[in-house]
Design a protein around this ligand. Structure first.
Ligand SMILES: [Zn+2]
Ligand SMILES: [Zn+2]
Length: 407
């Protein structure tokens, strides 16, 4: 379904000199100020702890708060946690959550289009920071029509009203005060305030730039968003941006257990202590379907590049289709059986439990086998020769293909 018309976001013209000055001067203070201070006064372990604690609090305020809670509503949480997000999210100096979430919902809805506030197609630097250099000239009355839920929230209204005061107190006053407690207020201001603020800002900005430029697209190729594990390491897991654009209602960005996603682990911890609940997940069969569709499209692109004859197209496509159906079916059956077992095992006798366990294991074995054959099939497709090897194409390929039965 095509997106509804957006509030027109005209080509930016008017510079926002307050934003430009802030974004230009703070890195200078952060880098030169910290360097000069450390040169004269040295560095103590409390400075490093203060930097990382402020980095984590403000970073989580943006990732778990602004992004996954307010912009996408991927879970529910209690007021104390909301307040923590609003205070430390503001301390990251990325605007009030009302503005941030409104821009971000537009980013998802109109990604890579004119109405996308940080449209990567206007250039990496524009998406990273350039877009903030311009005034938002949209009709202010209709500006927040995409965040009606946030407009009703009194805490959000409070943060919007007192945004600058919270920035001053939580973003800069608090680290200065903590610095004063161990006798180095200026270190607190420079390292816990300015340096931390600049680092957290540019980490967030990298998700709008780097995560739309470099990395893989396993879940969708309909937009420029990409997965990159290295970006996830220092952005609280936000580097898994391709998954996030496909399944934005999921509280996770890195969905596998080994994918480094501090936002996901933070939310699991918050649920464990009763501060968050209803953590939403995309259904696994849909995630699998998305991956398979991208893989099938890659094969089709290879066939097209190799100028495969029509007969071959049909043969390959029917093999792929059958393989995909088998894999999806096996996975769905496995999931249903597992869920039923976990839900009802407490009601059953040991005998029934054992029978069900065997059934679940059989479904899992069937799924593993379907997945192995699917991967074999993809590997065979990867050997499709380039057009220059036309003559070798048909025979070698047919031989390869016939080796891999999927049913
Ligand atoms: Zn998002
Ligand atoms: Zn994005």
């Amino acid at each position: 379904m095509p997106p509804a018309p957006a509030v027109a976001r005209p080509q930016p013209k008017a510079y926002d000199f307050v934003n430009i000055a802030f974004l230009a001067i703070t890195p200078l203070i952060a880098v030169l100020g910290t360097a000069a201070y450390v040169w004269r006064q040295g560095l103590v372990w409390q400075d490093a702890v203060l930097f990382f604690v402020m980095y984590y609090l403000t970073g989580l305020g943006i990732t778990a708060g602004y992004h996954r809670y307010y912009a996408h509503r991927t879970y529910e949480c209690r007021r104390p946690l909301q307040l923590l997000y609003l205070v430390f999210g503001a301390a990251a100096v990325e605007n009030s959550v009302l503005n941030w979430a409104s821009d971000h919902r537009d980013h998802h809805r109109y990604v890579d289009r004119e109405e996308d506030p940080y449209n990567i197609l206007r250039g990496g630097l524009y998406a990273h920071v350039g877009w903030i250099f311009y005034k938002d000239t949209r009709d202010q009355k209709r500006r927040f029509q995409n965040v009606p839920d946030l407009l009703k929230d009194p805490l959000v209204a409070w943060q919007d009203r007192w945004y600058l005061a919270i920035v001053a107190l939580a973003g800069f006053g608090l680290p200065t005060l903590v610095g004063a407690l161990y006798g180095r207020p200026l270190a607190g201001l420079l390292i816990g305030g300015f340096l931390r603020c600049v680092v957290v800002q540019h980490m967030t900005f990298l998700i709008n730039s780097a995560a739309h430029l470099w990395g893989s697209r396993p879940y969708t190729e309909d937009n420029t968003a990409r997965d990159s594990w290295w970006l996830g390491l220092f952005t609280f897991g936000e580097g898994y941006h391709n998954f996030h654009h496909k399944f934005q209602a999921d509280y996770r960005n890195g969905i596998r257990w080994y994918q480094f996603d501090l936002g996901k682990w933070w939310l699991l911890a918050m649920r464990a202590i009763g501060q968050a609940d209803r953590l939403r997940k995309a259904p696994e069969p849909l995630i699998l379907k998305a991956r398979l569709e991208v893989q099938m499209r890659h094969v089709e692109q290879k066939l097209a590049a190799a100028q495969a004859p029509e007969r071959m197209w049909q043969k390959v496509q029917s093999r792929l289709e059958a393989g995909r159906r088998r894999l999806e079916g096996a996975y769905a059956q496995y999931q249903v059986a597992k869920a039923e077992y976990l839900r009802r095992k407490h009601e059953w006798s040991e005998d029934v439990r054992r029978q069900w366990r065997e059934q679940v294991e059989a479904h899992q074995a069937e799924f593993d086998d379907a997945r192995r054959r699917w991967n074999d099939l993809l590997r065979a497709m990867n050997r499709i020769p380039r057009p220059s090897a036309q003559t070798a194409f048909s025979m070698a390929f047919v031989v390869d293909l016939l080796k891999y039965k999927v049913w």
